[in-house]
Design a binder for this molecule. Structure first.
Ligand code: ADP
Ligand code: MG
Length: 251
């Protein structure tokens, strides 16, 4: 099937927004994040949809649509890659349709749940997935617990390629430098993740690498903590609004 034919068979709006066909996995937690849901077609096929449709138009136009388009292009370039989602297409500028993976995000280290926690060998497999991704010229850029899925066969999946960087393309030299930097960040953040579950499983070389956190990762963490969380994350605005309403009520 060609790309154009595949696009034609994808669910379209208004069907995509039909509440009877979709189950919300996660509401976008800021004005620049998509709602993520599972969409079930009439013949029972399930898709994962990342949808910006209910975000403010200005934000969609400035950021959201670009991120979805970027993720689409990256995943299209990685087609048939193992342990990453397959991409089907964009039925319109606000939605991206992917393969739905039957797996759950990693549980928090201190809340293992019924299945317990993934073992050290899970992280060895995850490192292989990341190495293959890097060899194919893509650095992920946002490795963290919620962007790693864990299936019933103990297989890891990497998802969320909205911030991924491709080694090949326009602005060659600059792009390659960026790719190298993000690849280093990927390596360190994956070791950090492994360390948070199984600190004893890191080799001596890995423990040394974990301590050499690149300065740009430190800048990223600073911005996340002091700019993104207090000012952009929507949850904070809802909390502020609720506090404000309570205070008004008490007066
Ligand atoms: N292909 C997929 N299959 C199954 N679940 C997925 C898939 N992609 C995302 N998810 C679920 O949706 C959540 C949010 O998706 P993600 O791509 O990380 O969105 P965001 O860009 O908003 O962080 C993930 O933590 C995961 O639980
Ligand atoms: Mg994510």
């Amino acid at each position: 099937m060609t790309d154009n034919e595949a696009q034609k068979t994808l669910p379209k709006r208004p069907e995509l927004s039909d509440p009877g066909r979709r189950t919300l996995i996660r509401r976008g937690h800021s004005v620049i994040h998509p709602d993520v849901y599972v969409f079930e077609t009439a013949n029972g096929t399930r898709f994962l949809v990342k949808d910006m449709h209910s975000r403010p138009l200005m934000m969609r136009w400035l950021v959201g649509r670009r991120c979805l388009r970027h993720e689409y292009r990256i995943l299209k370039g990685l087609r048939n890659g193992k342990n990453i989602p397959q991409v089907y297409g964009m039925p319109d500028r606000d939605a991206l349709i992917l393969d739905f993976i039957e797996a759950a995000p990693l549980p928090p280290e201190d809340e293992p749940g019924e299945r317990g926690l993934p073992g050290p060998e899970f992280f060895t497999r995850l490192k292989d997935v990341l190495t293959k991704l890097h060899e194919r010229g893509v650095a992920h850029g946002d490795i963290r617990r919620k962007n790693v899925l864990w299936d019933a066969d103990d297989q890891p999946y990497l998802i969320d390629f909205g911030t991924a960087v491709c080694r090949d393309g326009a602005f060659g030299w600059f792009r390659r430098q960026l790719f190298r930097a993000v690849r280093r960040v990927d390596d360190v953040t994956l070791l950090k993740l492994q360390h948070s579950y199984h600190p004893e499983s890191l080799t001596e070389a890995e423990s040394i690498r974990l301590k050499a956190v690149p300065w740009y990762l430190q800048v990223g963490r600073f911005l996340r903590k002091h700019v993104y969380r207090p000012f952009i994350k929507q949850k904070r605005w809802h909390e502020r609004l609720e506090r404000f309403k309570r205070r008004r009520h008490q007066e």
